[in-house]
Design a protein around this ligand. Structure first.
Ligand SMILES: NC(=O)c1ccc[n+]([C@@H]2O[C@H](COP(=O)([O-])OP(=O)(O)OC[C@H]3O[C@@H](n4cnc5c(N)ncnc54)[C@H](OP(=O)(O)O)[C@@H]3O)[C@@H](O)[C@H]2O)c1
Length: 299
């Protein structure tokens, strides 16, 4: 396949690197990264190792021809601009795959593309951007794929991901899976980012009481939206993730440490927005959003 990766940061570069083993991959990234890849190839260290000689460009306008699909790997606050640029260049018939966290990417994509062109990919692979031309694959995970309508492309991409060494599965209910993943992020990310602690510290009884309240509000909103999610199951899953990642720094904490914006609006912010639409109070989530915004403003 011809695959274009829009947003070659940590995730986009990692997925692009492995996919390039069997596909023609082009990365769209920032100038320094593109320059380094053109000069020396893309270096990947950690769980994936190698130097990958991949085409890299700074803008979709430079792409020659028409890709079979586009992986979107920008942060969720850049999704709308990315989709606008993609549609301007390739039209509305292009297949896009969101490789992102957050609940609002789907709405943003649906503004510009039909549901039959959108694939969601939820991944627990972990990686960081080391320097231009180099990324670090810090942890292996799973990637769950799905779409809102039947689509051969989902199967095709799933097979391709497995063939290049990712562990991919097709979801029976990708929207529910997307909410579950976002709710785990909503419970763990802002608190760890505010307190500047590893995930495991959330097992402290005082902090875990806040986790419970965040989780309860999230589940109430999800249920109002028609999702079949139970509070006890969800809290158990959150606790399991806290245990499994106890020494990790959440992505939100890492973003703030690097002086970057966070994806709070797409996670807890989105929960509050939907809560408002259904008349559900989301006081704790609301507070977390405000506190993270204050911390972002100090960057
Ligand atoms: N990293 C992980 O371990 C991980 C795990 C699971 C899910 N995710 C999700 O994956 C998504 C991407 O995360 P990430 O960690 O890969 O973020 P990232 O390293 O910040 O990568 C995004 C990249 O896209 C670039 N970009 C944005 N707009 C662009 C444009 N118009 N043209 C070219 N490049 C553009 C950004 O450049 P600038 O920074 O200069 O804007 C950045 O280099 C997020 O939704 C995240 O939550 C990440």
């Amino acid at each position: 396949m011809r695959i274009l990766v829009f947003g070659a940061g940590a995730m986009g570069s990692l997925f692009g690197s492995r996919l390039s083993i069997r596909n023609h991959v082009t990365l769209v990234g920032r100038r320094e990264h593109v320059r380094a890849i053109r000069e020396k190839g893309l270096v990947v260290r950690g769980e994936t190792k190698g130097v990958f000689y991949i085409d890299a460009i700074e803008n979709v306008e430079e792409y020659e021809g028409y890709p079979d699909l586009i992986l979107i790997a920008v942060k969720s606050y850049d999704t709308e601009d990315a989709v606008r640029e993609i549609v301007r260049r390739f039209g509305k018939e292009i297949y896009v795959v969101s490789l992102q966290n957050g609940l609002d990417n789907l709405d943003k994509m649906k503004k510009h593309l039909g549901e039959d062109r959108i694939i969601l990919a939820l991944t627990t692979e972990a990686c960081t951007f080391s320097r231009p031309g180099e990324v670090l694959h810090t942890g292996r995970g799973k990637t769950i794929l799905g779409s809102l309508t039947e689509m051969d492309m989902v199967e095709k991409l799933g097979e391709e991901l497995n063939l290049v060494g990712f562990e991919a599965e097709i979801s029976k209910d990708i929207i529910r899976d997307m909410w579950r993943k976002a709710m785990i992020n909503a419970c763990i990310n802002p608190l760890t980012a505010l307190l500047e602690v590893e995930n495991g510290r959330l097992k402290n009884p005082v902090l875990f009481e806040i986790v419970r309240r965040v989780c309860r509000e999230c589940v109430e909103v999800a249920v109002a939206k028609g999702l079949d999610i139970e509070y006890d199951d969800m809290l158990k899953e959150v606790e399991e993730v806290i245990d499994a990642t106890s020494r990790n720094l959440s992505s939100m904490l890492q973003s703030l440490m690097r002086g970057r914006k966070t994806e709070i609006d797409s996670i807890n912010g989105y929960i509050c927005k939907v809560g408002g639409e259904y008349g559900i109070r989301t006081e704790v989530n609301d507070l977390l959003v405000k506190l993270i915004r204050m911390k972002e403003a100090r960057r």
